[in-house]
Design a protein around this ligand. Structure first.
Ligand code: HEM
Length: 325
């Protein structure tokens, strides 16, 4: 009898613990029911269908603002332009997400601009903007570099005329070359194997670290399945990128003329030599992360914009509709 009572008590306590863990906060937006461990039933659908289709279906049931739990993490989905605009204009929503994948990207130092926050972000953003301005971004000097890359890209695409070509790879290479020239004074030939690897790796990182990646939702899953979760690849690609950017930094250090800074890297190295540089995070490791920031920020955006522009711009065989398909 006592054993039976003890068993019932344990089950009751476990049920209470599970209920506490999965109880939705007050005012949590409407959404699908919760399941133990998995979170919302939406987790199941997201594993098998594209996210926007799942959100579309949920929208029909729950409206413009939906609350779901993905593996214990609360996620709010906004499905209306006006709601998105008014929400994102509030300062409460101006923070940057600090998921496991993002922190792992900067060796858990919380640095960089894209994912930085507070005074640290403000200082480095201002410094970068000032340097980019001095380097001619938004003015004819940078336009010349862009024109050069465009001419090379057009030649390359013209050579491939008549053959199926993956345009996105070409866009990535040209976009990255422009960014690299401005920030690090470096230009690669478009078929350079090191450059191609850097661009491909960056693309892989974007896909592995994209929204809803399992590592950000369940960080401990890397301990169970480091390969399947993408953790091993993300660390390897981060280390490789840092090594390549580290080489660029070293090359700059060897040839630096303090009187004539050539680019963002030179300007950063000069800041590193000043008193208190370490406290302001003017360090080599931070510079590597910042170069990664520029590289990754410039690759996906430029590539997506140009890929969407293609069907709109050209008379592709079969018409713009076929190209869009
Ligand atoms: C079509 C091209 C581009 C588009 C559509 C685009 C779009 C954006 C958007 C929407 C943000 C704001 C993100 C946020 O507030 O959380 C942003 C930030 C940023 N972008 Fe771009 N971008 C483009 C090209 C580039 C390029 C080429 C670079 C590299 C030099 C770059 C570097 C950055 C950086 C460093 C930030 C973070 C700025 C900050 O924290 O205030 N972007 N971009």
């Amino acid at each position: 009898m006592i054993e039976w009572l003890a068993g019932a008590l344990i089950v009751a306590v476990l049920l209470l613990v599970v209920r506490e863990i999965y109880r939705k906060p007050v005012n949590f937006p409407p959404g699908p029911p919760l399941l133990p461990l998995l979170g919302s039933t939406a987790s199941l659908q997201l594993g098998s269908t594209l996210p926007h289709l799942v959100f579309q279906a949920l929208g029909k049931l729950y409206g413009k603002v939906i609350g779901i739990y993905l593996f214990g993490q609360p996620v709010i989905i906004l499905r209306d332009f006006e709601v998105i605009r008014s929400t994102l204009s509030k300062s409460e929503f101006s923070g940057r997400e600090q998921t496991f994948v993002i922190q792992n990207r900067s060796f858990f130092k919380g640095n960089g601009i894209i994912f930085g926050q507070g005074a640290h972000w403000s200082l480095h953003r201002r410094f970068a903007l000032q340097q980019l301005h001095d380097l001619g971004v938004g003015r004819p000097r940078a336009e010349g570099l862009v024109q050069l890359e465009v001419a090379t890209l057009v030649q390359r695409l013209a050579r491939a005329a008549g053959h199926p070509t993956v345009v996105s790879t070409n866009f990535c290479l040209s976009g990255c070359n422009t960014v690299l020239q401005i920030i690090a004074g470096k230009r690669y030939e478009l078929d350079d194997p090191v450059f191609n690897q850097l661009v491909n790796d960056t693309d892989t990182v974007m896909r592995l670290a994209g929204p809803g990646n399992v590592l950000s939702l369940v960080p401990w899953s890397r301990l169970v399945a480091p390969r399947a979760t993408g953790y091993r690849s993300l660390c390897a690609l981060r280390d490789l990128s840092c090594r390549l950017f580290g080489d660029i930094v070293e090359e700059h250090r060897r040839t630096l003329d303090p009187q004539r800074p050539r680019d963002y890297v030179d300007a950063f190295l000069l800041e590193m030599a000043k008193d208190g540089a370490e406290e302001k995070d003017f360090t080599k490791r931070h510079l590597e992360i910042l170069l990664m920031d520029f590289f990754q920020a410039g690759i996906e955006t430029v590539n997506s914009t140009l890929c969407w522009a293609c069907p709109a711009a050209g008379p592709a065989p079969g018409g713009a509709g076929a190209a869009a398909d």
